[in-house]
Write a protein that binds this ligand. Structure first.
Ligand code: FRU
Length: 916
C-alpha cells in the first residue's frame, strides 16, 4: 500500500482516538449508587433526596440513581429487583413497610450487593447497615416534652400513629408509651391509626372529639398529621385547649419549625432525613471501612424555646447548601466548558496535524507528479518520434508498395493490348494457315495457346489484386448451367483429344438455370479444368458432373480427374494464395485455386476438395437469387446479347456464325473507330474494312468526325487524349444528330464503377479488353441488327409517332417532331428538305444521314411515303376526290400522285378506293 492509501485511514483513527480521549468516562471507575425511595410526595422525602443528590454531586465519581416507589409496596419490590439486576455498587433503601420489603433486601445481600437501609427498617437485620434517628428515642422525647410542659394533675393524651407496619410508627409508639407509662398521671386516652398523612387522621380525630374523648395533648408521629389534627381542633374551636406535638421538625414555610413558631404545634421532635449522611456512609461501606451496623442520627425537641434558633440554623444551613449547589453548578459549567474547549483544542490539533500531513504529502506528490510528468513527457516524445518514424517508414513502404503494385498493375494493363493484338493476329493467321495446314499451323497453334495462357495469367494477377482490394462486385445473371459448362469445356476438347483423355460432362438436369457471374464462373471453370488437365496423365479421365439437388436449394458441380491427386498434408492449404502442392513439380502461380475459392464464395457458395485416386473439386452453389443483394443481380438489359454470342468462339472465328456483310460496296455500313493506340486502330481497321466503311479518330476529334460522317456505329476507347470515351459517348448520345448511333465502349477497365459509368454515358455495349475479335464483330452485327429492327418499327409506325416527350426517347422525339413538321406542310408542295432541316436546327446532310440511318430511306422518300400514307388513309376514310387528295398532300399534280401511289401500293388510287 502507498502512503496515499494510508492517509485517510490514519486520519480517521487519529480523530477517533482524540475524540475518545476527550469524553468523560461514563461508567468506567464510577461509583454506582441505587436508591429506592418509598415516595416523594412530602417535603421530608424531597429534602432527603435533595440532601443525597447534593452530597453525591460533591463527588464526580458518584452516579446516583433514585427510583420512586410512590407509596406502592409492590412497585418498590419491583424497583429493587431492577436495581439488583443492574448490579450497582451499593443499594440504599427506605422501605414503605418493613415486612414486604425484607425478602428483596435479603436477595440483594445474597447477591453480594451491599445494602444500606435508611429511615424505616426491614424486619430482620439482613442488611449491611442502618441509618436513621432512634425512633424509640423520638417517642420518648415527645413524651418527655409533654410531661415537662404539663401543669395539670393528670394528662390525657391522644396518640396519632404513623402507618402500621412501618418501623418508625412502631418504635415511636413504643418509646412514647414507655415514657408515659413511667409517669403515673399521664395516660393515652385514644390512639388513631394514621398512615403518615393528615387526611388519614382528621376524620377519626373529629369523631373522637365529637364523642366522649377529651385530651390535653396530642402526639402525632409526624408534623403533617400533627398540623392535620390542629386543623380539626381549630375547626371545632378547641385549638387553644389542646397542645400538639409532632415529629420531623423540617425547616421551611410548611415545616414543623414554622408550625411551632406559629403556635400551631407545641413542639416537634427533630427527625433528620440523613440524606447526606447516607451517601457518606455508602462511600465508607464501598471503601471497605468498618462501619457500625446501626448508625443513629441524633434528635432533639424543638419548641418555642429553640424554634427561632433552629430556624436560623436551618436557614443558614439551607443558604450554605444553596451556595454549595450554585458552586457545584458553576463548577459543572466550568468543567463542561473545559471539556468542550479541551475537545475543540484536540480536534483542532488533530486537524492541524492532518492538514500538515496532507500538505507534506501534497508537496511530496507534486514533486513525484512533476517527476513522473517529466518522465512521461520524455517517453511521449520518444514515442512520438518513433511513431513518426514508423509512420514515415510505413508511408515509404506503402508508397513503394503502391508504386510497385501500380507499376505491376499498369504493366499488366499494358500487356493486355499487345497480347490482344497478338492473339487477334494469330487468329487471323490461323484462318489463313488452316487451309495450308502442316507445320505452320502447329506453330501458330502453339503461339496461340501460349498467348492465351499468358493472357490468362495476367488476368489472374489483375484479379488477385482486385480480390485483395475487395474491388470485385458480383454481376449475376440467369444462366443455363449445362450450356454454360458445355461452352467452356469446348475449349479443352482439343487438348483432351490430343492426349487421349476421356473428357465428359454429365448432368441430372440439363435445363437447370442458376444465377452466376458468367465472367467469374468462367474463370473458376477454367482454373479447375486447367488444373485437372495439368495433373492428369495422358489416357486419363476428367469428368464434370452437375448434380441438381432436386429437393434442396443447391447444385453441386464436381470436377473429377484421374491425376496425381493432392497429398493429405496439403489438403487444408490448397486454396491458400501462392500454394504449391508438395507433389507438384510443374510451374504454377499458386493463385488460380485461391481465386476460384474467392469467386465461388462471392456467389455465397463453397468449394471443397477430396483426393481419392485423383482430385475431386466440388463447387456448391445456391439456386435462385435470394442469396444475392439486389445490386448484384443484373436486372437491366444485358449489353451482350447472349443468344448471339457464343462463349466457345472466343478465340476462334466461326464463319458460319457471322451475319454476312452486304456485298455491295455502296451499301456498306460506316464504322467510326476512336482509338489512340495506333496498332489496335490499324488492326481493327484492317479487319473491319472488308465489311465496313471505316473512319478513324485518335480521340482528339472524335465528336467532330462523328458529326461529319454520321457513322452507323462508333467503337470508342475510354482512356484517350482529351475527352474520355465516356464523355464522347455522352455528347454523341445527347446530340440529336448522332443520338441514334450505337456506341461500343472498348476498355481495359473491368471494374463495376467503370461499367456503371459506361452505362450512364449511354453506351450500347461495354467490351473489356482483351476482347475477342469475334465477339466484337458479332456485337457490331448484333447492334446493327437491332438498329434494323428499330428502323422497321419506325417506318411501319410513321403515323403513330408524335411530337411528345412521353417516350423519353430522343429518337422518338426526333421522329415525332419530324412528322409534325411534315404534316403541317403536307399541302405545301414547295416545302423542301432544306426548310425541314432548318426547322429542326440541323444541316441538310445531317438530316439526310440521320433519316437514312434511322429508317433506311432518304428524307425525300420519307416525306413522299408520309404523303402517300396520308393520302391512302384519306382515300379510305374520306369522300374527297382524288385530285383534292393529291393537292392537299402536296403532290404537284393528280397524275404524279397516281404514278407514285401505284409505285408504292401496286394499285392506282381509283382502283384502291374501289377495292377498299
Ligand atoms: C415522611 C415521614 C415522616 C416520618 C417518616 C417516618 O414520609 O412520614 O414524616 O417521620 O416518614 O418514616
Amino acid at each position: 500500500m502507498t502512503l496515499k492509501n494510508h492517509i485517510p485511514f490514519i486520519g480517521a483513527l487519529f480523530i477517533a482516538l482524540l475524540l475518545f480521549s476527550c469524553n468523560r468516562t461514563v461508567s468506567e471507575g464510577k461509583i454506582r449508587i441505587g436508591f429506592s425511595q418509598a415516595m416523594t410526595n412530602d417535603d421530608w422525602r424531597r429534602s432527603m433526596n435533595n440532601a443525597m443528590q447534593l452530597q453525591a454531586s460533591l463527588n464526580p465519581d458518584i452516579e446516583l440513581t433514585i427510583k420512586d416507589a410512590d407509596y406502592d409496596v409492590q412497585r418498590q419490590i419491583e424497583q429493587l429487583e431492577e436495581l439488583i439486576s443492574e448490579k450497582p455498587d451499593i443499594i440504599i433503601v427506605s422501605p414503605i413497610q418493613s415486612k414486604p420489603i425484607t425478602p428483596v433486601v435479603q436477595k440483594a445481600m445474597d447477591q453480594g450487593i451491599p445494602i444500606l437501609v435508611v429511615d424505616r427498617k426491614t424486619q430482620n437485620q439482613k442488611y449491611t447497615a442502618y441509618l436513621g434517628a432512634d425512633n424509640i428515642e423520638v417517642g420518648r422525647t415527645a413524651a418527655k416534652e409533654i410531661i415537662s410542659s404539663n401543669t395539670k394533675d393528670s394528662i390525657r393524651i391522644i396518640e396519632i400513629k404513623g402507618l402500621s407496619g412501618s418501623s418508625p410508627a412502631e418504635e415511636r409508639s413504643i418509646g412514647f408509651n414507655q415514657m408515659i407509662d413511667q409517669y403515673g398521671s399521664a395516660r393515652v386516652v385514644a390512639t388513631i391509626e394514621g398512615d403518615w398523612e393528615k387526611e388519614s387522621i382528621q376524620k377519626p380525630l373529629r369523631s373522637l372529639y365529637s364523642g366522649t374523648v377529651n385530651a390535653d395533648y396530642i402526639f402525632a408521629h409526624n408534623d403533617r398529621m400533627a398540623v392535620g389534627a390542629w386543623e380539626v381542633l381549630r375547626d371545632m374551636g378547641l385549638e387553644d385547649e389542646v397542645e400538639i406535638i409532632g415529629v420531623d421538625g423540617l425547616s421551611g414555610p410548611n415545616g414543623g419549625i414554622q408550625a411551632v413558631k406559629d403556635g400551631i404545634l407545641k413542639a416537634t421532635v427533630l427527625y433528620p432525613t440523613g440524606g447526606n449522611e447516607a451517601i457518606k456512609l455508602a462511600l465508607r461501606i464501598l471503601n471497605k471501612e468498618s462501619v457500625p451496623k446501626n448508625n443513629i442520627l441524633s434528635t432533639t425537641v424543638i419548641n418555642d424555646v429553640n424554634a427561632d434558633i433552629m430556624k436560623n440554623q436551618y436557614d443558614r444551613i439551607n443558604e450554605q447548601q444553596h451556595n454549595i449547589e450554585q458552586q457545584i453548578t458553576a463548577i459543572k459549567d466550568l468543567e463542561d466548558r473545559y471539556y468542550a474547549q479541551n475537545n475543540l483544542l484536540k480536534i483542532v490539533m488533530a486537524l492541524s496535524s492532518i492538514i500538515l500531513a496532507l500538505a507534506l504529502y501534497s508537496i511530496y506528490s507534486i514533486f513525484t507528479i512533476r517527476k513522473k510528468n517529466r518522465q512521461l513527457q520524455l517517453t511521449n516524445e520518444k514515442i512520438t518520434v518513433q511513431r513518426n518514424q514508423i509512420e514515415k517508414i510505413a508511408e515509404e513502404v506503402k508508397a513503394s508498395n503502391d508504386a510497385k503494385l501500380n507499376f505491376f498493375t499498369g504493366l499488366s494493363h499494358e500487356f493486355k493490348t499487345p497480347i490482344t493484338l497478338i492473339i487477334s493476329a494469330i487468329e487471323s493467321l490461323h484462318e489463313t494457315a488452316r487451309d495450308k495446314g502442316g507445320k505452320m499451323m502447329n506453330e501458330l497453334e502453339l503461339i496461340h495457346n501460349n498467348s492465351n495462357r499468358l493472357l490468362r495469367l495476367i488476368n489472374q494477377l489483375l484479379d488477385f489484386r482486385k480480390v485483395e482490394d475487395r474491388k470485385f462486385t458480383l454481376r449475376a445473371s440467369k444462366t443455363n448451367l449445362y450450356k454454360f459448362s458445355e461452352n467452356i469445356i469446348n475449349d479443352f476438347k482439343r487438348e483432351a483429344k490430343k492426349r487421349n483423355i476421356r473428357f465428359k460432362l454429365t448432368s441430372n438436369n440439363e435445363a437447370l438455370e442458376v444465377f452466376i457471374d458468367r465472367n467469374l464462373m468462367d474463370k473458376v471453370y477454367f482454373n479447375l479444368l486447367s488444373n485437372a488437365f495439368k495433373f492428369t496423365p495422358d489416357n486419363g479421365k476428367i469428368e464434370i458432373n452437375i448434380e441438381d439437388d432436386a429437393d434442396g436449394n443447391t447444385v453441386n458441380i464436381r470436377f473429377k480427374d484421374s491425376g496425381i491427386g493432392i497429398p493429405e498434408n496439403d489438403m487444408d492449404q490448397v486454396f491458400q494464395a501462392f500454394f504449391k502442392g508438395s507433389n507438384n513439380r510443374k510451374s504454377s502461380s499458386g493463385i488460380g485455386l485461391h481465386l476460384s475459392k474467392e469467386f465461388v464464395e462471392m456467389h455465397k457458395g463453397s468449394i471443397e476438395v477430396k483426393s481419392v485416386r485423383g482430385s475431386e473439386f466440388t463447387v456448391t452453389l445456391y439456386k435462385g437469387q435470394a442469396h444475392f443483394d439486389e445490386n448484384e443481380i443484373i436486372t437491366e438489359h444485358d449489353l451482350i446479347d447472349t443468344s448471339i454470342i457464343d462463349f466457345t468462339s472466343e478465340h476462334l472465328v466461326d464463319d458460319n456464325y457471322l451475319i454476312q456483310a452486304p456485298s455491295d460496296e455502296a451499301e456498306k455500313y460506316t464504322v467510326l473507330i476512336v482509338e489512340d493506340n495506333r496498332d489496335l486502330a490499324a488492326f481493327l481497321k484492317n479487319k473491319l474494312q472488308l465489311e465496313y466503311d471505316i473512319h478513324l479518330s485518335d480521340g482528339t476529334d472524335a465528336v467532330e468526325k462523328a458529326l461529319e460522317t454520321i457513322p452507323d456505329i462508333v467503337l470508342c476507347d475510354v482512356n484517350l487524349p482529351g475527352k474520355t470515351g465516356f464523355e464522347i459517348c455522352e455528347i454523341l448520345k445527347k446530340d440529336l444528330r448522332t443520338s441514334h448511333i450505337p456506341t461500343v465502349i472498348l476498355t481495359a477497365l473491368g471494374d463495376q464503377d467503370s461499367y456503371v459509368r459506361g452505362l450512364q454515358s449511354g453506351a450500347d455495349l461495354y467490351l473489356t479488353k482483351p476482347f475477342s475479335y469475334s465477339i466484337l464483330v458479332q456485337s457490331i452485327k448484333s447492334l446493327l441488327y437491332n438498329r434494323e429492327k428499330l428502323r422497321y418499327y419506325y417506318t411501319s409506325n410513321i403515323h403513330h409517332i408524335e411530337d411528345t416527350d412521353s417516350f423519353g426517347n430522343i429518337e422518338q422525339q426526333f421522329i415525332g417532331k419530324l412528322n409534325t413538321l411534315i404534316n403541317e406542310n403536307l399541302g405545301n408542295s414547295d416545302f423542301s428538305v432544306e426548310n425541314l432541316a432548318e426547322s429542326l436546327n440541323i444541316s441538310r446532310v445531317q438530316l439526310y444521314r440521320k433519316v437514312k440511318a434511322m429508317m433506311g430511306i432518304s428524307i425525300s422518300d420519307y416525306i413522299g411515303n408520309l404523303r402517300l400514307e396520308k393520302a391512302k388513309s384519306m382515300l379510305e376514310k374520306t369522300s374527297l376526290t382524288i385530285s383534292e387528295i393529291a393537292y392537299s398532300n402536296g403532290f404537284s399534280s393528280p397524275n404524279y400522285f397516281s404514278t407514285a401511289f401505284k409505285g408504292k401500293y401496286g394499285k392506282s388510287p381509283a382502283s384502291f378506293r374501289k377495292s377498299s
